[in-house]
Design a binder for this molecule. Structure first.
Ligand SMILES: [Mn+2]
Length: 445
């Protein structure tokens, strides 16, 4: 999608490619909006290797250095701007693949004041004048690039197609929604609920959350939203898989949504929400693994209830990076290299974890134990794989204790690291393997 607004909105962490001819004013544009250290310039890299930024004979070395700098910066989660012509499709692709490797959004900003302006600005330059023929070639390559760019999987493409548009450009940086480092807690992090509403209410009450209006806290009507008062200075975090298998999926959705709406809880998406959303959108979905129960329960509610819950699920983030980077929550966990970043791979890891792509004798995906190699800065709290007892592994903890399978519903109090559990009132779904070795079949690899 090419956007023709003056206002550029970019994620706080991304890779920006400036695209344009020599003389277009890319470096000037970069300096208006980015710090010196954020800009990686091909001219500067030429100078670094040959003391002459005009020396075209060192282009290969200069780009080797440029690529190296880009990778080092992206690895460190630093916004990076590539100030080069970026008029060759394969060169743009190299940079885009680097963005993908480090889970950064690739953005391109085309600086296109027109051929005449480029020629004029080139003549006025003190430090470096390029041959007019080169600029004419660049202009042809730019027109071609403008046709190619929409098919190149950039997250966004901004095109400043006149000197006036370039002059009036503004730029703002938007934090990624998974970056909630300013949220410091304290938190009560709750594992996979799977429709076990009664146990959820008991768990919240055990931790001092109050349900003042209802008296009978299990009371639920179609329009009612729950009013929950948390203990002072505390909020709940739900790790996803609110739905499926259990008896009261609509009630769980309604309660969690109420708490999120009221600012008393945060919630992330689980693989069962992702699947339920596909069903709600009318996409082809197998009703296995407990989805059939959710469908039955939700069809007993009215259309507006379903629409509201669909909107809620659609808005759930894949993970949350919290408390100055000291805490990370994701449904199936997350490797350090994806913390606070967003990509297809990151989302898939959050929902399904690390799988080998192969299945075990029960036909379920074989999981890799990513926590065994974890050495990141954040404590990672997750669910997804039912365990008999949560066990710390390298500052990661799975707190899905299989309530719907007759286990427990467990919360981790943060930062206290205390566990609070409520035993399941009954076994709602027979586990096919003993807890601790059950692999939540989910959506697989
Ligand atoms: Mn799950």
């Amino acid at each position: 999608m090419t956007i023709n607004l003056n206002q550029v909105e970019i994620p706080e962490f991304c890779l920006v490619l400036l695209v344009g001819s020599a003389g277009a004013g890319k470096s000037h544009f970069a300096r208006r909006f980015f710090s010196k250290t954020e800009i990686v310039s091909s001219d500067h890299c030429r100078a670094m290797v040959s003391d002459d930024e005009n020396d075209q004979s060192v282009s290969a070395e200069a780009f080797e250095l440029l690529h190296h700098l880009v990778q080092l910066r992206l690895k460190k989660r630093r916004l990076t701007v590539v100030d080069a012509t970026n008029l060759v499709q394969s060169e743009r692709q190299t940079l885009r693949l680097m963005a993908k490797q480090y889970h950064a959004y690739p953005i391109s900003i085309v600086i296109d004041p027109g051929l005449d302006v480029c020629l004029q600005q080139n003549k006025n330059r003190l430090e470096r004048v390029v041959d007019e023929g080169v600029i004419r070639e660049h202009d042809i390559a730019l027109r071609k690039s403008l046709k190619q760019l929409p098919d190149e999987a950039f997250r966004e493409i901004y095109h400043f197609g006149s000197p006036e548009k370039i002059r009036n450009a503004t730029l703002c940086r938007i934090p990624l929604r998974v970056d909630q480092r300013h949220e410091t807690g304290n938190f009560d992090i709750i594992g996979d609920i799977h429709g076990c509403f009664d146990e959820l209410v008991l768990l919240l009450e055990r931790m001092g959350y109050q349900f003042p209006e209802s008296g009978d806290s299990t009371l639920s009507t179609e329009e009612k939203s729950y009013h929950v008062i948390p203990p002072p200075g505390r909020r709940a975090i739900f790790l996803g898989d609110l739905v499926d298998r259990g008896p009261k999926t609509p009630e769980v959705l309604q309660l969690v949504k109420s708490m999120v709406d009221n600012g008393t809880a945060l919630c992330i998406e689980g693989n069962h929400e992702a699947k339920l959303l596909r069903w709600m959108r009318g996409q082809k979905t197998s009703p296995k693994y407990g989805l059939a129960e959710s469908i039955g329960q939700l069809e007993a509610r009215n259309e507006s209830f379903r629409t509201e819950m669909m909107g809620f699920i659609r808005g759930l983030p894949s993970h949350l990076w919290l408390d100055g980077g000291k805490l990370l929550v994701a449904h199936a966990g997350l490797k350090q290299e994806m913390h606070g970043r967003m990509s297809g791979k990151e989302k898939s890891f959050c929902l399904y974890g690390d799988t080998t792509g192969q299945k075990d004798e029960f036909g379920w995906p074989i999981r890799l134990n990513w926590g065994a190699d974890y050495s990141g800065e954040a404590m990672v709290v997750y669910g997804h794989t039912p365990v008999a007892m949560p066990e710390w592994q390298n500052n990661t903890l799975c707190i899905d204790t299989g309530c719907v399978f007759g286990g427990k519903l467990t919360a981790l109090r943060y930062p206290e690291k205390e566990l609070v559990s409520i035993a399941a009132l009954q076994t709602y779904t027979e586990p096919k393997k003993p807890l601790g070795s059950i692999l939540d079949e989910g959506e697989g690899s």
